[in-house]
Ligand binder design. Structure first.
Ligand code: IYT
Ligand code: CU
Ligand code: CU
Length: 298
């Protein structure tokens, strides 16, 4: 019975507060298929969870299978939260909130869970995994947003020890203050690194192995991004053990190169989502720090 899973909205203990909390849980789901994801020795039930803000979800059911062509959202979506096994979760800084609700650009919240080993469901128990969101009606001084850098045209030749996917964009908007980052590749990604480039100087935003839990990790230090800067990222892949070329695509036999920056910005500008898909100019990347090609041991 779906009613066995906690759900719904609860006011804050303090009745004078404008805060409240909301549970988003799987409504008693037993997955029928295992998603092919990054294998991990100690995963049992949930491999990872992602929370999306959507303009329109892919389904109006209380839950659906996102394994096939059906994703989380029908159109524009943005990751708001990511949880991976054994990964600490990053908190939003004080006075910062994601804009949600029916008058926002993200009227729907969709929780995506990829289950790990199906053996954990041999007892046919129903899963209620999920998250509780702490929410408020009170406008926060800063809004949170996501800047996604992605490569769409990388091809990883078989046998090559190193293939770099580079992405870079000039930043021409209001200042953003990155506080967390997330990397995403499939099996061949070794390290993903993101930078702010200002007057030729490369400053690290974050660097992580995409083979570790793909959660949001705190940024290196306080690096703001302002008009005139360049935002750049490199995914280092290896095609060493492959016999065929690997391209960008949605299956686990394809690859992806994503660097997500979670930032806050002044509420009066409120840009909740930005993307960069420019293959970086070769010239720029001649100056990328060497660490971007040093694999992180996992
Ligand atoms: C082709 C690709 O790189 N897809 C990524 C990034 C992506 C995320 C969102 C692309 C679009 C989006 O609306 I949100 I268009 C991708 O699918 N990344 C996966 C998740 O499915 C979000 C990941 O785990 O980062
Ligand atoms: Cu899925
Ligand atoms: Cu992917």
């Amino acid at each position: 019975d779906p009613g066995d899973c906690p759900s719904g909205i609860r006011p804050d203990q303090d009745f004078t507060s404008s805060n409240f909390s909301m549970d988003i849980r799987m409504p008693g789901v037993t997955p029928a298929e295992v998603m092919d994801f990054i294998p991990h020795a100690n995963m049992d039930t949930v491999h990872h969870m992602l929370l999306f803000g959507c303009r329109k979800p892919s389904s109006i059911s209380s839950y659906w299978d996102c394994g096939g062509a059906v994703g989380a959202c029908e159109d524009q979506s943005s990751i708001m939260y990511a949880w991976g096994r054994n990964a600490p979760s990053t908190k939003l800084p004080r006075d910062v909130g994601f804009l949600v609700g029916k008058n926002s650009k993200m009227p729907y919240l969709v929780l995506q869970i990829h289950y790990g080993d199906i053996k954990a469901f041999r007892d046919h128990h129903r899963d209620c995994s999920g998250i509780t969101l702490t929410m408020t009606y009170k406008p926060q001084p800063f809004i949170a947003g996501i800047y996604l850098l992605l490569s769409y045209n990388t091809v990883i030749p078989p046998g090559n020890k190193v293939t770099n996917a580079d992405v870079a964009c000039d930043y021409t908007s209001f200042p953003i203050y990155p506080f967390a980052f997330r990397t995403h590749t499939h099996h061949l990604g070794k390290v993903v690194t993101g930078y702010r480039v200002r007057n030729g100087e490369w400053t690290l935003i974050g660097r992580q192995s995409p083979q570790l839990p793909q959660a949001f990790y705190p940024t290196n230090k306080d690096v703001n991004v302002q008009y005139g800067d360049t935002v750049a990222a490199r995914c280092m892949f290896t095609g060493e053990n492959m016999t065929t070329a690997t391209s960008i695509g949605s299956t686990s036999n394809d690859e992806m190169c994503n660097f997500y920056i979670m930032y806050y910005m002044d509420r009066k500008h409120a840009i909740p989502f930005m993307t960069c898909m420019n293959p970086g100019p070769k010239q720029l990347f001649q100056h990328i720090p060497a660490e971007a090609n040093i694999p992180i041991p996992v």
